[in-house]
Design a binder for this molecule. Structure first.
Ligand code: PA5
Length: 446
């Protein structure tokens, strides 16, 4: 059976082989910190063994809940932000047909998201769209106190209660939150919502393989058992020797490139279905490594689209970039370029060729051009986009992120910087308890 592969040949040519060889020990040492729970943030390592620890009963409970919501709903609104949003959104977008949301009589409910921003217009338009739809809500917040999803939940809870009555609304709401703490836990207990727990030892950005990601993904009609199988497979691969271990290799090369001043990593895809995988990855790596004035800046592009926008910068801008390409071997469908008698567009030399053949040549040509432009290239190959391989990809990135964070000597599992904007926002909103901060910030802006 094929697995996710990493190819470093177009990155190794930019570094000294002896320097890279040192990472054989370094990567192993950092991995041991994860296994033995001896590194920074070691109380947040629950994700590491999750694919092994997740029980069949738990998966069944998630699948049954998804079935219940699917039968009730044309639309399921998933409320959450950051780690309580991006994983589900990324996997659903990767696996869904790209025009499914436009199909009438769709057999799967449409999964829409709320509470991932504070846009009044977004939430108005979503409520307006839902006014004649049969819908349910999954509300996700580990802390149960995050402002964005709390505001959205208040809106959608009230709307459901007004439309269906309190009792029916409580059946249409599923909460995913902490086992004891937070406003959402209290409300959920009080209103008797079906709820799932986010374990204490799993941080938001590492939670996609918990109910946080699994319930919305199952609601969208995807096979969460296969997703976990893929993650489990990668969990084993991630323990193999350096030469066979894509996790060690990826974590090592990105750290070595960082020490050579390649401080921006661009995650590139050649399939727009992976755009939100990049958004999820940006949070995972940005929040895990960007601290103590350190860390690779995670950026993303979707090629060939962005070759006509950011391509110029990647080729010739500031030379602090390396790129990691997610390359998908096999397309889901086949479409060839038709022959044309008149050949006005001079494309007959491609007639009969699959579009993906052109895409792959664009990928190869771009890689070679970027290498010539001093952009090291790491290639991650996925045999195809399926639940299994997305499961492999998720665990691959999670484990490599932990090892990368330890190589950088930061705690990859905290996010102290996220509090700064919240403190200012609460001071400006005059939240009770923030009186002193309100006074200080008002002086600053007057
Ligand atoms: O990774 C993280 O911890 C954050 O992105 C959180 O997921 C995000 O802030 C949402 O938090 P919560 O689930 O507590 O509402």
């Amino acid at each position: 059976m094929k697995h996710l592969q990493v190819d470093l040949k177009n990155a190794l040519s930019f570094v000294n082989q002896n320097d890279f060889n040192q990472y054989r020990d370094f990567a192993k040492e950092q991995n041991e910190k994860v296994t033995n729970k001896t590194g920074k943030g070691n109380d947040f390592l629950g994700w590491a063994e999750l694919p092994d620890n997740i029980s069949q009963e738990h998966l069944q409970d998630i699948n049954e809940t998804a079935k219940f919501l699917r039968e009730k709903s044309e639309v399921i609104v998933v409320i959450g932000i950051g780690g309580s949003y991006l994983g589900a959104k990324a996997v659903i977008e990767a696996l869904s047909g790209q025009f499914d949301h436009l199909k009438i009589n769709k057999e799967n409910p449409h999964i829409l998201f709320a509470g991932q921003n504070l846009s009044e217009d977004y939430h108005f338009e979503l409520l307006d769209y839902l006014k004649d739809k049969n819908y349910s809500v999954i509300v996700i917040s580990k802390s149960g106190t995050t402002t964005e999803p709390a505001i959205a939940f208040r809106l959608f809870r009230k709307d459901l209660e007004n439309r269906f009555g309190k009792e029916e609304a409580s059946k249409r709401i599923v909460a995913i939150t902490d086992v004891t703490k937070g406003a959402l836990r209290n409300l959920s207990d009080q209103e008797n919502y079906k709820s799932f727990i986010i374990d204490d030892d799993i941080g938001g950005r590492y939670s996609v393989l918990t109910p946080v990601g699994l319930l919305p993904i199952a609601c969208a009609g995807f096979d969460i058992i296969e997703l976990i199988k893929g993650a489990k497979e990668m969990m084993q691969i991630a323990e193999t020797d350096f030469d066979k271990n894509p996790v060690f290799q990826y974590a090592s090369i990105r750290h070595l490139l960082y020490t050579k001043n390649k401080t921006t990593e661009i995650l590139a895809n050649y399939d727009p279905r992976l755009n939100f995988i990049a958004e999820w990855w940006k949070q995972l790596y940005g929040e895990s490594e960007g601290k103590e004035n350190k860390g690779i800046f995670p950026a993303s592009v979707s090629f060939t689209t962005d070759l006509h926008s950011l391509g110029q910068y990647v080729q010739e801008g500031l030379r602090n970039i390396f790129e990691t390409v997610i390359s998908v071997e096999k397309t889901k469908f086949n479409l060839t370029i038709p022959d044309d008698e008149d050949n006005f567009d001079k494309l007959n030399y491609l007639a009969g060729k699959p579009i993906d053949f052109v895409n792959k040549m664009a990928e190869l040509g771009t890689t070679l051009a970027h290498i010539d432009g001093d952009v090291p290239n790491v290639k991650i190959t996925l045999p195809e986009i399926s639940e299994f391989y997305i499961g492999e990809l998720i665990y691959f990135f999670e484990k490599a992120c932990a090892i990368s964070g330890y190589l950088l000597d930061v705690n990859p599992f905290d996010q102290p910087g996220v509090e700064a904007y919240k403190k200012n926002m609460f001071a400006l909103l005059e939240k009770p308890g923030f009186e002193e901060e309100t006074k200080t910030i008002k002086k600053r802006i007057d």
